[in-house]
Design a protein around this ligand. Structure first.
Ligand code: DQA
Length: 139
């Protein structure tokens, strides 16, 4: 089984960026733990700060991957183009957020992507990614 995790803008700074919101762990450390937890699953990881690169990755893996877990960062709230890419592919996509976006500024309450996704997980810290991976494994 193959699962692709895609992180969008500013998520390369996890562990450095606004720690009170996003925590102290960098993504590579978290990913290492996740891979050890599910040794039978191939978990691939891609991060980009560039909208078009995220779209290219969705196209690249979207017909072969067993599932995609995407945290599109702020593009979640703005990107019709990423929403269209998710709608165009075959693999199920789960939208995740580390923070509980509904407790935050109003502009974070709306997702352009959610309607094209299988589901949304938000507010569980880094554990949001594990919950999404677990859903893709168990279905
Ligand atoms: C985020 C929430 C977004 O609103 C924000 O722009 C991010 C991170 C989260 O994981 O909580 O960059 O997607």
């Amino acid at each position: 089984m193959k699962i692709q995790i895609i992180n969008g803008p500013n998520l390369n700074l996890l562990g450095v960026r606004e720690k009170s919101i996003y925590g102290n762990t960098d993504f590579d450390t978290y990913l290492n733990d996740l891979r050890h937890r599910y040794p039978a699953v191939e978990i691939d990881y891609y991060q980009s700060n560039v909208e078009g690169e995220i779209i290219n990755k969705i196209h690249e893996v979207g017909f072969t991957s067993d599932g995609i877990v995407i945290n599109a960062g702020a593009y979640t709230h703005t990107s019709i183009a990423i929403a269209d890419a998710i709608a165009a592919i075959k693999s199920p996509v789960i939208e995740v957020h580390i923070s509980n976006v509904y407790k935050r500024e109003e502009f974070r309450h709306h997702s352009m992507l959610a309607a094209s996704c299988k589901g949304v997980i938000a507010g569980f810290g880094m554990d949001s990614y594990r919950l999404a991976v677990e859903n893709l494994i168990n279905v």
